[in-house]
Write a protein that binds this ligand. Structure first.
Ligand SMILES: Nc1ncnc2c1ncn2[C@@H]1O[C@H](COP(=O)(O)OP(=O)(O)OP(=O)(O)O)[C@@H](O)[C@H]1O
Ligand SMILES: [Mg+2]
Length: 317
């Protein structure tokens, strides 16, 4: 009953499909029926939506003296935590290899781009017909935009060691909100903060923390404004086990499962062309991982999104 989040009276005299799957009849290919029929142990793994848990279940048939099935014994193991860890490791792994790839790519592109920028500036110093001058200005601006993307990419790829000091995350949150203030008034964004005044300080890189939070808040603001022209952001902080946890919740459009699976990939973006590079969250993920912490999101389509940052209070050096 603890695994199933319910009381003993909720399961007594009930069928397994009622208790586990909240269904009125057994599932197609129900392994319990197969175990009874074949008299062989069945093993299954599944995700139970109702309680948001991953289970591994073994179903052993009980046979009477004549070898006839009398019933079954179900052993259920909650493997939700293992699933989460495996998913986290997969992202970290994928990001590490993408990081190497992008570092190489960024270096290769840096030199030709520096030439494009340099030469287009040299040409602009010459006497030119007006239409040509404008075209060259565009070349120069766009090349600088590309260089900016590459700079971001290098920050993501290099993973330089954070310079850590004791910081009060509440104070960083206030700072980030102050930076965003202007935009939010313009866009009808309401801000609610729910900060634990006794939040312990952690050892972290002040500017990196600011960067991570800023990107999450700007994302929330962007997507809420895009879909509803307004919205509410709730930022909370609290002590959570041996970590501090910061959550940033918005009531914007949310994300489909498919989008959610890729938000930490570098260059993944659903913003309009020219509006986002898709590097914000992948850089953020790298930064929080380097602080021994976790950055993850929960969301479903149409229901807003919540981003969680968890950083251990006492990090191993
Ligand atoms: N609050 C949110 N609501 C809905 N979708 C979101 C939200 N935050 C992030 N996303 C999704 O995650 C994607 C990646 O976000 P990320 O910050 O990495 O890049 P970006 O914001 O698109 O570009 P950049 O941060 O480089 O300007 C977004 O394009 C969007 O699809
Ligand atoms: Mg972003």
């Amino acid at each position: 009953t603890k695994i199933l989040n319910c009381q003993p009276q909720d399961v007594l005299n009930k069928k397994c499909y009622q208790v586990l799957h909240h269904a009125d009849c057994p599932k197609v290919n129900c392994p319990k029926l197969i175990a009874s029929d074949t008299k062989k142990t069945q093993r299954i793994a599944y995700f139970e939506e109702n309680i948001d848990k991953h289970f591994e279940e073994t179903i052993d048939p009980i046979l009477d003296a004549n070898g006839l099935s009398m019933g079954t014994v179900h052993t259920i193991k909650d493997v939700t935590e293992q699933h989460k860890i495996a998913a986290q490791l997969m992202i970290t792994d994928r990001l590490a290899s993408l990081g190497e790839l992008s570092a190489g790519l960024a270096h290769e592109l840096n030199n030709p781009l520096t030439s494009v920028i340099g030469f287009s500036e040299l040409i602009q110093e010459k006497i030119l017909p007006e239409d040509l001058r404008q075209d060259i200005q565009i070349i120069s601006q766009e090349a600088q935009r590309a260089a900016e993307i590459i700079r971001n990419l290098l920050t993501f790829a290099r993973r330089h060691e954070p310079s850590k000091d004791w910081v009060d995350m509440n104070q960083i949150i206030h700072k980030v909100l102050a930076i965003c203030n202007y935009g939010q008034k313009v866009h009808n964004i309401q801000l609610i903060t729910n900060l634990d005044p006794n939040l312990p300080e952690i050892k972290a890189d002040y500017f990196q923390m600011q960067q991570v939070l800023l990107n999450i808040v700007i994302n929330a603001e962007y997507f809420m404004t895009q879909s509803h022209g307004e919205g509410t952001i709730v930022i909370s902080s609290r002590k959570f086990n041996d970590s501090i946890q910061i959550s940033i919740r918005d009531d914007g459009p949310g994300m489909s499962e498919n989008v959610l699976n890729h938000i930490f990939d570098p260059f993944f973006t659903t913003k309009e062309v020219g509006k986002g590079t898709g590097l914000g969250l992948s850089i953020g993920h790298g930064i929080i991982t380097q602080h021994g912490g976790k950055l993850y999101a929960e969301s479903s389509e149409g229901k807003g999104a919540t981003f969680f940052i968890e950083i251990p209070i006492n990090q191993p050096d």
